[in-house]
Design a protein around this ligand. Structure first.
Ligand code: SF4
Ligand code: SF4
Length: 332
């Protein structure tokens, strides 16, 4: 029988041991229904999730709720929105209680005197041209000033089909701003013309993502295997989608048979009572879903399937390490 031990040399085994201790239990929280942008293809607004519940405004209720989440076993709070930086008191309530990651469009700077080591993921949708079309204005010039050299921030660079041949310049600018970058793919939830993926574009972008990893190993937080899985939607011949997705809110998950999934994962609305279906759009057709975190988690929860060859297991370790770095469970 194949075992972890038999497939790894001592160095890889050490890496494996380091991550296998982590036991990450994440959940996702809509901090607010408001945002200072309105991006075309924002899963939150396009699926009407901002209307699913009224925001809780009493900070004491947030604090009590977060304490309960901690008791439930959550050890990673992923804050999204809307734009969480519009409600820093709520962000602070999480930060004081739990390891916290804050997704932001970067237009408002998280004050580091108040949140010295909170992980911040800054969204970037393509280059200036794409951002003008999709987000109404380019954000990089503002967000890069806000976060230049910040060692607890990175760019979450959403690639669009129009980025083929242009990724290098964007990544170089991020690297030059002293920041890290992780790549994911646009799902195009609002059907913007020219932003759908064709199969040949997915192959081309995968090739370019691999190139960036080789060219900027200190700036790019990624792995080739992740590139393969996210661009093909396949893992060991299985297809990503509803039947396989690990990031479905547990109390709402009635799938039978149940796939391997994130333990006790819930995506909460900002009323602190309503739950959303999954980590992303309530209404997205799962067969078109390119969500980066869901694909990463898909790999991570399927460890056993990777205890097959040395290469498979090393791929799994690299993806787990990537995830752990992005949420600072291990250093860059
Ligand atoms: S910045 Fe984020 S939350 Fe706001 S509209 Fe754009 S994608 Fe949606
Ligand atoms: S939309 Fe994506 S993340 Fe949500 S359930 Fe479907 S496959 Fe999973």
């Amino acid at each position: 029988m194949k075992t972890v031990n038999s497939l790894l040399d001592p160095q890889w085994y050490e890496r494996y041991k380091r991550i296998s201790k982590l036991n990450i239990r994440s959940s996702i929280y809509d901090v607010t229904n408001r945002c200072n942008l309105r991006c075309k293809g924002c899963f939150f607004y396009s699926s009407g999730e901002h209307r699913a519940a009224e925001e809780e405004t009493d900070i004491r209720k947030w604090e009590t709720f977060i304490d309960k989440e901690k008791q439930r076993g959550v050890n990673l709070a992923i804050l999204i929105g809307g734009e969480p930086t519009l409600c820093l008191d709520r962000v602070e309530a999480f930060y004081k209680r739990l390891p916290t990651f804050c997704a932001t469009n970067g237009l408002i700077r998280v004050p580091r005197d108040r949140f010295p080591d909170m992980m911040v993921g800054i969204s970037l949708w393509g280059d200036e041209e794409d951002e003008r079309i999709l987000r109404g204005k380019p954000t990089f010039s503002i967000s890069s000033k806000n976060y230049e050299g910040d060692r607890f921030a990175y760019y979450l660079y959403t690639l669009t089909p129009k980025q083929i041949g242009k990724i290098d310049r964007v990544i170089r600018r991020i690297r030059d701003a002293g920041l890290k970058v992780h790549m994911q793919l646009l799902s195009n939830d609002e059907g913007v013309d020219g932003f759908y993926w064709k199969p040949e574009e997915l192959s081309a972008i995968r090739f370019e993502m691999d190139e960036m990893l080789d060219k900027y190993p200190d700036a790019v937080i990624s792995s080739r295997y992740y590139h393969e899985v996210i661009t093909t939607g396949k893992m060991f011949g299985r297809s990503f989608g509803w039947n396989e997705c690990p990031s479905v809110t547990q109390p709402l998950d009635k799938r039978n048979p149940s796939p391997k999934r994130l333990i006790d994962f819930i995506r909460w609305s900002s009323d602190l009572k309503t739950m959303h279906r999954c980590c992303t759009s309530e209404t997205r057709d799962c067969s078109t879903c390119k969500d980066g975190a869901a694909h990463m988690s898909w790999i991570m929860v399927n460890k056993r399937a990777h205890i097959r060859t040395t290469e498979d297991l090393q791929n799994w370790i690299e993806v787990y390490e990537m995830f752990a770095k992005l949420y600072q469970f291990i250093p860059w």
